[in-house]
Each structure stands twice: as structure tokens, then as C-alpha cells.
Design a protein around this ligand. Structure first.
Ligand code: FPP
Length: 255
């Protein structure tokens, strides 16, 4: 009886997923994973329990992205502004990459996932960067989904750094102002090896970019949902991609 119910339920769940076209899957999806704290507060739990459950949603999002055929998934895990949070919370967040990788790395390797990160690694605790470096080393030859963690990442700082590099090059006479093209700038951002995101998702009902990939999101489609990040499932990713597939991207031109 239970088996009959389970197979009916599986079928039922499949039917509720929107059908996606294989031809128009966003190559790069970026996610602002917001609402961990509120998810926990609503349940009378400490904020860190929200982050812990947010980690589980990271796994679900990565597996679902891989299944749909998304090539790059960038997750905003810690911003340059998040250091302002209470030390206990920051310490907890800095332990999550290790915890996540200790649990999930083998399966991600099996799934041919490549782990990357963008941000300022030199300011992260040694244990955090050691875990990330090991994951990047062990997955560097993988050719499947690129799972890119934005860790200690801030877009204005990233753009500012590129400006400084241009200014230094011009002052030293190794770069001319005409060399500083959009391509040059893109190549001097942390995301230089990734295409710009096609789709940005933000959870928790907040409608802002919070210093995330400001240059790279110039022509991305935006999708917002009220659900909190720990509640994010494959179903939500499918909904976002289905909505993306209904949009017409004109890049300032005519369709
Ligand atoms: C924003 O929610 C979330 C963060 C600052 C942290 C995001 C981190 C994770 C989802 C876990 C990362 C996992 C790995 C593997 C790196 P918030 O705390 O600001 O929520 P609130 O706005 O409701 O307070």
C-alpha cells in the first residue's frame, strides 16, 4: 500500500514540475540565497540553524541545476559586507564550506561537478580556504556543472580593483586608455572565466542586488521568489527556468 502511494506521489510530483525546453536552458544561473535567518526565526530557532538548512538547499540546487543542463551555478555564500554580523554567526558561516564539502564532495566528484570560488580568499580563515582549495584541486579536471561559490565577494570592490589595475597600467605606460574596453574590464573581474549570468534568482522576497555581480548582471533576467532559501527545491529552480524560457531577451535591440 505504501509503495503504491509512493509511486503515485512521485508521479504527482513530476506532473507539477513545469516542462522545460532543452534548447533554451540558461547557461549560467546566479543565486542570492537569502532568508536563512528569517526561516529560522519563524520557527523559533537560532539563525545558524537557518544557515545549516541553507546548506542543504545548496546541495538540492546544485543537483537540480546539473539535471537541467545548467553549465554554471554561482551562489552568493558570503559577501564582503557580511563580516559586520556577530562573530558567532560569521564563524559558523565560515565553517559551512568545510562541512558541506566533507559531506558532499565525493558525490559532486561522481557527478563531474567542478568547484570554483570568487571573492577574496586571502581574507578567509585558513580552514575555510583549505577546504575550498582541496575541492577546487580535486575537481579541476571535471567537465560538468561549474559550482562557483562567491565567498567574501563584493562587486563594487571587484570593479574598484579592476579600475586600480587599469590606472596602474596606464601610469606605468603598459596600457593605453583605449585598451580599457568592456572586454578588458570583464577579463579583470573575479568571474573572468565565466559567462555573464543569464538568470539571477533571489529568494526571501527582497528585491535588490546587494552588491552582487553588478557588472555581470547587466542583461540577466531576474527572478524573485518569496520563499526563504532553506525552502528552495528543484521545483523552484524549474519554475525560475520556465519563466526565463518565456522571456524575450532583446539586449537593448528589437526582438
Ligand atoms: C542570507 O540570509 C544568507 C547568507 C548571508 C549566507 C548564505 C549561506 C548559505 C545559504 C549556506 C552556504 C553554504 C555553503 C556550502 C557555502 P540571511 O542570513 O541574511 O537571512 P535573513 O535576511 O532572513 O536574516
Amino acid at each position: 500500500m505504501i509503495k503504491v502511494f509512493q509511486s503515485w506521489w512521485k508521479k504527482e510530483q513530476k506532473q507539477t514540475l513545469p516542462s522545460l525546453s532543452k534548447d533554451n536552458v540558461p547557461s549560467h544561473v546566479a543565486i542570492i540565497m537569502d532568508g536563512n535567518g528569517r526561516w529560522a526565526n519563524r520557527r523559533g530557532l537560532p539563525r545558524i540553524v537557518g544557515h545549516q538548512n541553507g546548506m542543504k538547499a545548496v546541495k538540492r540546487a546544485a543537483i537540480a541545476a546539473d539535471e537541467i543542463g545548467i553549465k554554471f551555478l554561482t551562489l552568493y555564500a558570503f559577501s564582503t559586507e557580511n563580516w559586520k554580523r556577530p562573530k558567532d554567526e560569521v564563524d559558523f558561516l565560515m565553517r559551512l564550506p568545510e562541512e558541506f564539502l566533507a559531506i558532499e564532495l565525493e558525490e559532486l566528484i561522481e557527478k563531474n561537478v567542478r568547484i570554483q570560488m570568487m571573492g577574496h580568499p586571502e581574507e578567509l580563515p585558513k580552514h575555510t580556504i583549505a577546504a575550498m582549495e582541496e575541492a577546487m584541486r580535486r575537481t579541476k579536471h571535471n567537465t560538468g556543472l561549474v559550482l562557483n561559490f562567491a565567498l567574501n565577494y563584493g562587486s563594487r570592490r571587484e570593479i574598484n580593483d579592476a579600475f586600480k589595475e587599469a590606472a596602474k597600467g596606464i601610469a606605468a605606460g603598459t596600457l593605453s586608455p583605449d585598451d580599457v574596453t568592456e572586454e578588458w574590464i570583464g577579463a579583470h573581474l573575479h568571474s573572468s572565466e565565466l559567462p555573464d549570468p543569464d538568470l539571477l534568482i533571489r529568494t526571501s522576497g527582497e528585491l535588490r542586488l546587494s552588491n552582487f555581480m553588478l557588472w555581470q548582471l547587466a542583461y540577466s533576467e531576474l527572478w524573485f521568489t518569496d520563499i526563504y532559501w532553506p525552502e528552495f527545491t528543484k521545483d523552484h529552480l524549474f519554475q525560475a527556468v520556465a519563466e526565463f524560457q518565456r522571456r524575450t531577451r532583446r539586449y537593448g535591440g528589437l526582438s
